[in-house]
Design a protein around this ligand. Structure first.
Ligand code: NI
Length: 167
């Protein structure tokens, strides 16, 4: 296993739209293991392949407190969304930034697991928010892009300043 480099906002590569995985292979599973290790090491509760500069529809997630409930979503699709919720979100690609985002409260998602088998999951609460956040990454969208343009430009200059200081 290996720890992968996580792209940092506003890296343009975070805006790449991921392609569906055509066949789940040993290489896909190796990538999933590396993504999981990277997520746990960060530490984070979700990671999309986009964030490690692989533009395939793969998400790893673990919202458990025990960090032993890894969930994998390959080619995820939302079949149904209900209700509305607003949660403060963070992202491994935007460290130190937490902002409220409005999302569906309940979703039904369909995806493939690491063996390439389809499954359907009903999700609510943090899990639903996290799935929607990670699926946005696959579409090339970072959560801060829900903020007003003014807030986004302030955030960009703040982050660029911080990146210059730590270089
Ligand atoms: Ni994120």
């Amino acid at each position: 296993m290996a720890i992968l480099k996580i792209l940092q906002y506003p890296d343009e590569r975070l805006h790449t739209v991921a392609k569906p995985v055509s066949t789940v292979t040993a290489a896909t599973r190796k990538l999933i293991n590396d993504m999981a290790e990277t997520m746990y090491a960060a530490p984070g509760i979700g990671l999309a392949a986009t964030q490690v500069d692989v533009h395939e529809e793969i998400i790893v997630m673990d919202i458990s407190e025990t960090h032993d409930q890894l969930q994998i979503f390959i080619n995820p699709k939302i079949l149904e969304r209900n209700g509305e919720t607003e949660c403060e979100e963070g992202c491994l690609s935007v460290p130190g930034v937490y902002e409220k985002v409005r999302r569906a409260e309940h979703i039904i998602v369909q995806a493939l697991n690491e063996r390439g088998e389809p499954f359907t999951l009903e999700a609510g609460g943090l899990l639903a928010v996290c799935i929607q956040h990670e699926m946005d990454h696959l579409k090339g969208k970072v959560f801060v892009e829900y903020l007003s343009l003014l807030k986004q430009s302030r955030l960009k200059s703040k982050i660029k300043k911080r990146q210059r200081e730590t270089m």
